[in-house]
Design a binder for this molecule. Structure first.
Ligand code: GLC
Length: 561
């Protein structure tokens, strides 16, 4: 029953709150998504990943789930979802559901029950421990920190007990040691699989298993105390195998795990085909090549060599073991054309298409984040109140609490905010960019929507969407682009990305200029006889094997032995 459809899949991610608001209440909805399915299919994608559509009080905008088997009213009803699923399938689009199972919302009935009494049978669904009394003071059970700043423990009322939350206070970590919790998880997965969904994206999955007994992290480090006790924990592989055996393995289901800095050994184990854990995981290291130590808000000069390491190391590591994914943007990251040292003022089309070419022609499944296909940019936020992401607010507050001037703190937040990706999708130049009919959207619009929108892109001679169609066609149909081994060229170059893909005598060579000025590139000899499959400029200049690359120019060559 299991096929390998995911191996040449192309996935489009929708952040439902901001995609299309058909009933004009300020929030995107299922009806809106259905109205755009042809647009998505025509791009050439084969699957859609929906960020959470479940009932949620939205402290973390859907990643705090209050009912895993209900669609949030903002988005529609379960019948609307069933119709969406059917409409996707009619267009040969697979449906991937987001599953945030490391934690639930504190408004989930399990949590409400759990905190209602120390004897509740649901108490053990969560990680609840006594605080430490030191004199008059009650300290949290350990010094672990939430990945969103502050202690990872929150006191339950005025009792001595605390619950663990590795993210927002409103996201309580589930106790995966409890077999009942794992049974519930299997039941939820089977509920959606029975409906006919085709895959899952598991949110921060490699934090499910923690090290017990809970203890202080004595390492001296500025951030993330406790991570060594909750990332890639001791029972991770066992938990994944169990989920797979009891749910996914009974269906033609694809899985992708969103991991939080996994060790390279564990990363490989998670996706090894014979292990039957996950089919793929995300790799984000290249997205940290313009920030300090993976801390999104701290900008540093873009480092192309670091970008290449982050992009290609997982491709080499996973090749022959399992499958890889290729990501440039998602709802947690800035827009790709507004970073990596790119100047979009004159070269937005070239930069967006070059990034897509050098990323998606690699080994793995391309993931496209809504709006990326028209080169949407970061938003020019004016103040912190325009931002909705709790993380932006938490980090801003923390910076201000250290007496950092507000304007400086805001400039840090504006650099790395997840909000950039969460402003409404820009469809046309009408009111609210055609996201809805005029009701104030939940998150402000990007003021540049009159210049950058789907309608305008499709009418342009330089349409990013149409270029994406071409590159995705090659990606899906060319065996070397799907199965070929990756060989990097000029790894140390700080100007270009270059690599080949080779499969059964077919070879591709991909090269992209990361500079906003011309650069010369000496083509390997074997490429010189090749034909050009795709180029993001209309002309290409090669003299005696030297390619004269224009700003952000990218070229794909094909060579048959
Ligand atoms: C993942 C999600 C992010 C969310 C976090 C907690 O990283 O992508 O949006 O805030 O998990 O669920």
């Amino acid at each position: 029953m299991r096929t390998e459809w995911y191996k040449n899949a192309v996935v489009y991610q929708i952040y439902p709150l901001s995609f299309c608001d058909a009933n004009d209440d300020g929030y995107g909805d299922i009806e809106g998504i259905i109205s755009k399915l042809d647009y998505i299919r025509d791009l050439g994608v084969t699957a859609i990943w929906f960020s959470p559509l479940y009932k949620s009080p939205d402290y973390d905008y859907g990643y705090d789930i209050a009912d895993y088997k209900a669609i949030d009213e903002k988005f529609g009803a379960m019948e609307d979802f069933d119709r969406l699923l059917n409409e996707c399938h009619k267009r040969d689009l697979k449906v991937i559901m987001d599953m945030a199972l490391n934690h639930t919302s504190i408004e989930h009935p399990w949590f409400r029950e759990a905190v209602s009494s120390p004897d509740s049978p649901y108490r053990d669904y969560y990680i609840i421990r006594k605080g430490k009394r030191e004199g008059d003071e009650l300290l949290p059970p350990s010094n672990w920190e939430s990945t969103f700043t502050g202690s990872a423990w929150e006191r339950i009322g005025d009792s001595d007990d605390f619950y663990l939350h590795l993210f927002c206070i409103e996201q309580a970590d589930l106790n995966w040691e409890n077999p009942k919790v794992r049974e519930e998880v299997v039941d939820i997965l089977n509920f959606w699989l029975k409906k006919g969904v085709d895959g899952f994206r598991f949110d921060v999955f490699n934090m499910y298993s923690k090290v017990y007994p809970i203890q202080d992290d004595d390492d001296i480090k500025p951030f993330q105390k406790g991570a060594k006790y909750y990332v890639d924990g001791p029972r991770m592989h066992e938990f994944l195998k169990e989920m797979n055996e009891k749910a996914m393995s009974h269906y033609d289901c694809y899985t992708v795990g969103e991991s939080y800095h996994p060790s390279s050994r564990d990363a490989k184990e998670y996706i090894k085909e014979e292990n039957r854990e996950l089919d793929s995981i995300f790799n984000f290291d290249h997205l940290n090549s313009d920030n300090i130590g993976g801390k999104k808000f701290f900008k540093k000069k873009f480092d192309l060599k670091e970008f290449k390491r982050g992009l290609f190391d997982p491709q080499h590591d996973s090749f022959g073991e399992g499958w890889n994914t290729l990501v440039l943007e998602n709802h947690d990251n800035q827009r790709s054309v507004s970073r990596f040292g790119i100047s979009t003022l004159f070269h937005r089309y070239e930069a967006a298409t070059m990034l897509a070419t050098i990323t998606y022609m690699g080994f793995g499944i391309p993931y496209i984040y809504m709006g990326q296909e028209i080169g949407m940019t970061n938003c020019h936020f004016h103040n912190i109140d325009e931002m909705k992401d709790p993380v932006s607010h938490m980090v801003y507050k923390l910076m201000c609490s250290y007496h950092m001037p507000k304007r400086l703190a805001f400039s840090f937040i504006r650099f790395g905010a997840r909000d950039h990706a969460r402003v409404p999708m820009q469809w046309d130049d009408s009111v609210n960019a055609g996201f809805n009919k005029g009701h104030e959207p939940w998150q402000c619009m990007n003021p540049n929507y009159k210049k950058i929108n789907v309608k305008k892109d499709l009418e342009s001679d330089k349409s990013i969407y149409r270029y994406f169609q071409k590159v995705l066609k090659i990606k899906k149909e060319n065996d070397a682009a799907i199965y070929g081994e990756v060989k990097e060229y000029d790894k140390d170059s700080t100007r270009v990305v270059a690599y080949s893909r080779e499969y059964e005598g077919k070879r591709l060579f991909i090269v992209g200029n990361f500079l906003n000025r011309k650069t010369l590139y000496i083509l390997p000899r074997w490429v010189r006889e090749g034909k050009i499959l795709l180029d993001n400029y209309e002309d290409i200049s090669i003299k005696e094997g030297v390619l004269d690359l224009k700003p952000y120019q990218a070229v794909i060559f094909e060579v048959n032995k």
